[in-house]
Design a binder for this molecule. Structure first.
Ligand code: ATP
Ligand code: MG
Length: 259
């Protein structure tokens, strides 16, 4: 087993704990990518920052968060009681390590981007894939943003996103069969027409949803389709790896997506 990355999580965006409403007037540099991605629609996000200032006014349901690099944002809560709970949570989040969120980490893939580990999410016990990017987190924003924003049963959606100073980490449900390329290799005589049709239908359903949002994947290939087997033996296929996906204006969309 390779040595596990230990890093301080500075920003944690977690679907498992999404309770904070972000305000549209947030002026985050990175965060706004996430918040405003879906055509400016208001989105739920849960963001914890390590070295940030949190200002809470007495009896006010709004917290103002400011961060030297990320700018300012406001979180509005139902009431000051809820604000106090989150204030305590924000206070506690400094110095967390990857191992505080995930356990049983095992290396499953590497590439130019970094490494992917299988792991168990603490708290929920869910099996997840933890993709640790090597490069500056800003370079992976698009992939993180689409994995977060696109919610469809045939798309590989993020469960958690962690941003540290030097790494971005994308956590998604673990697909126990692996990528479709591996599945094809494991079946040298092919699979039945029915099974193949089922896989294709799911891929097309995921891609159609992306196109509905005017997002082109631009790197569809077997390695980027992740598969898991259900208890009844049927295969679930999800389109993943949004590293080269792009939002296209309506004029560009028809020409680019036909390439
Ligand atoms: N959720 C997952 N469940 C199981 N395996 C996964 C999952 N996510 C990624 N993997 C494995 O990790 C590999 C690399 O992941 P991904 O396609 O997201 O990275 P990449 O940026 O395309 O890397 P590369 O530089 O190799 O193209 C996948 O082909 C797959 O084998
Ligand atoms: Mg890939």
């Amino acid at each position: 087993m390779t040595s596990l990355p230990t890093l301080n999580a500075e920003v944690i965006i977690s679907h498992s704990s999404r309770r904070i409403q972000t305000e549209e007037r947030a002026t985050l540099k990175w965060g706004c990518l996430i918040i405003e991605a879906a055509n400016g629609r208001k989105k739920d996000n849960f963001i914890l920052l390590n070295d940030m200032t949190v200002r809470a006014q007495q009896n006010s349901p709004t917290l103002m968060l400011s961060h030297s690099e990320l700018g300012k944002m406001w979180l509005t809560f139902k009431d000051s009681g809820e604000a106090a709970i989150w204030y305590t949570a924000l206070d506690r989040c400094t110095g967390w390590l990857l191992a505080d969120f995930y356990t049983d980490m095992d290396h499953i893939a590497s590439g130019g981007y970094g490494d992917v580990y299988s792991a168990t999410q603490r708290g929920t016990g869910a099996r997840v894939a933890v993709k640790v990017f090597k490069s500056d987190p800003k370079r992976n924003m698009r992939e993180l943003m689409y994995s977060w924003e696109l919610r469809h049963e045939n798309l590989m959606c993020a469960v958690d996103i962690l941003l540290a100073r030097e790494h971005a980490i994308l956590v998604s449900p673990l697909m126990n069969v692996g990528d479709l390329q591996k599945h094809i290799r494991n079946h040298p005589n092919g699979v039945s027409e029915d099974k193949a049709r089922g896989i294709y239908r799911q891929i097309l359903s995921g891609v159609a949803y992306m196109h509905d949002q005017r997002i082109a994947h631009r790197d569809l290939k077997p390695e980027n389709i992740l598969c898991a087997s259900n208890q009844d033996g049927t295969l679930v296929a999800k389109v993943g790896d949004f590293g080269t996906a792009a939002f296209l204006s309506s004029e560009n969309f028809s020409s680019q997506s036909r390439r």
